[in-house]
Design a protein around this ligand. Sequence first.
Ligand code: KIV
Ligand code: ZN
Length: 388
Amino acid sequence: MGNKIYIFDTTLRDGEQVPGCQLNTKEKIIVAKALEELGVDVIEAGFPISSPGDFNSVVEISKAVSNPIICALTRAVEKDIDAAVAALEYAKRKRIHTGIGSSDSHIQHKFRSTREKVLETGVAAVKYARKFVDDVEFFCEDAGRADIVFLAQMVEAVIAAGATVVNIPDTTGYMLPWQYGERIKYLVDNVKNIDKAIISCHNHNDLGLATSNAMAGVVNGARQIECTINGIGERAGNTALEEIAMIIKSHPSLGLETGINTKKLVPISHLVSTMMNMPVQANKAIVGRNAFAHSSGIHQDGFLKNRETYEIMDPVDVGADASSILLSARSGRAALNHRLANVGYMLNKEQLDIAYEAFLNMADKLKQVNDDDLHVLMKEVSIEKAKA
Ligand code: KIV
Ligand code: ZN
């Protein structure tokens, strides 16, 4: 088993399903090209049978993008697969992603069927898709809640039918990391043809565990992670691509690697957020506006003495501008002095003591003190800028 973790981006499929996040074909091409530049291995471009617009987007993305595999989603239904085959006509490297429910809940309530019939349908879909493409991924929907013995049977049967990738989705985001990891390990240990396929992790974030679960999956033998920019996706979203890329980069002891150019993470986060009209929470790991901002006095003092006291990543590595020192009533003298120096005021100890007292009064009234406020503060305490 190699060390490379394949990054399967589903921003344009699972991410785009989110109400209000729909993009037109032109916008999707812009995002797809940015994903190519970022270095993803697979772009899930859409669900061609779902609408003429989605079909057309898969066609145009296939023409516009060269390096990543272009993937189209289908149900385990021939007419869906036909639509995917047609939409992928121009893709240089193509994949069909088909599948069916694997948990008893899906089998009984969604399909009103039996395990045997669902298995048969899945196998038939893989065989049908393999008539048109060499690369077929099979998703065992709701695998997180499926009976593990049945799940292993399904995985073995679809690999025997020609699946090259087996996707084990925790569709409802219910699993705990060690449970998801054990599930992957069980498949590695019990599916006799598992070496003929790549295991893929597709984790939803309903309990905030999507990234942890995907990491538990790869530590136990999975080699593909399905993720989205900013973690967008159904309900609480999917595994965030930027988190996976930086976890793997920040922990060399894992012995894993991705092909992601991490310097492009913040720019693509902004692009997707703006295009989809989906703001990123300020404290979002890696790409949130506060991800490299320091606000308490103790942290600021340590950071100013040595960045690594409070930062495990360099903002430059993720394409962020720089770390920032925010000024609030919780800030200390070191932070105030630093920010004043940035705007041209060099204070001695006595001046800093006076300025700091005035600053605390100001900061208690304002939530955050910005550069303009600092000039007002210096006027108030009659301190002038250092001469150039
Ligand atoms: O969450 C899920 O199970 C999915 C499948 C269609 C792969 O998105
Ligand atoms: Zn999903």
